[in-house]
Design a protein around this ligand. Sequence first.
Ligand code: AMP
Length: 250
Amino acid sequence: MKVLVPVKRVVDANVKVRVKADGSGVELANVKMAMNPFCEIAVEEAIRLKEKGIAEEIVAISVGSAQAGETIRTALAMGADRGILVKTDAPVIEPLAVAKILKGIVEAEQPGLVILGKQAIDDDASQTGQMLSALIGWPQATFASKIEIAEGKATITREIDGGLQTLRLSLPAIVTTDLRLNEPRYASLPNIMKAKKKPIDEKTPEEFGVDLTPRLEIVTTAEPPQRQAGMRVDTVAELVDKLKNEAGVL
Ligand code: AMP
């Protein structure tokens, strides 16, 4: 079975993002970028499926600038077999456009499984996997915390409010990863060296007939309000009075 893993290049999760002075977005100049953490979990899961003999080939895909090729390289160093970079200099690539491109790649590659992150930590959209599933008409299981594959079916455990839900899907299918699915490995130095020789195919959005013009307009981006300093109160009565008359929460 072939597994496709779309990986997105985003601002590194450890970087404190700064809003641009004009509120048009966040500062990206000279900011450390990395693979979206949920995509790392997706790559790790695909590798584990390969180690169990369930997956035969893992293809890492990224839609983005030439630097998104580095994110694919990271996936190759972790253990993916080859990459597809859909290259564009478009500053914003919305989930619908990515899903349409992925549809084209799925049709060409015919995988048994596509594992995506549940969400990209830059746009926080949590839409791409769901849109891809709708576009190609395959079953989907989102926010997976356990994946088991046997006899042409995927059994997926999902964390939901108040417990766990188990879904059984027939393959081919779309799965998106939750945080507790696994702990991604670090790429070893020999594997980083080996990854340099693994192939990355380059494509363009036009080859898939996809127009990247944004459908959404970002009106403004703002920092969250500064947290106010706390205060000490002397009595419970004073606390209740403040909650009622100052905070307005009672
Ligand atoms: P989102 O719907 O933007 O929150 O992203 C969810 C998941 O879709 C990510 O974790 C990736 O697996 C995939 N994805 C989104 N954008 C891209 C992109 N530009 N290139 C590759 N994969 C992407």
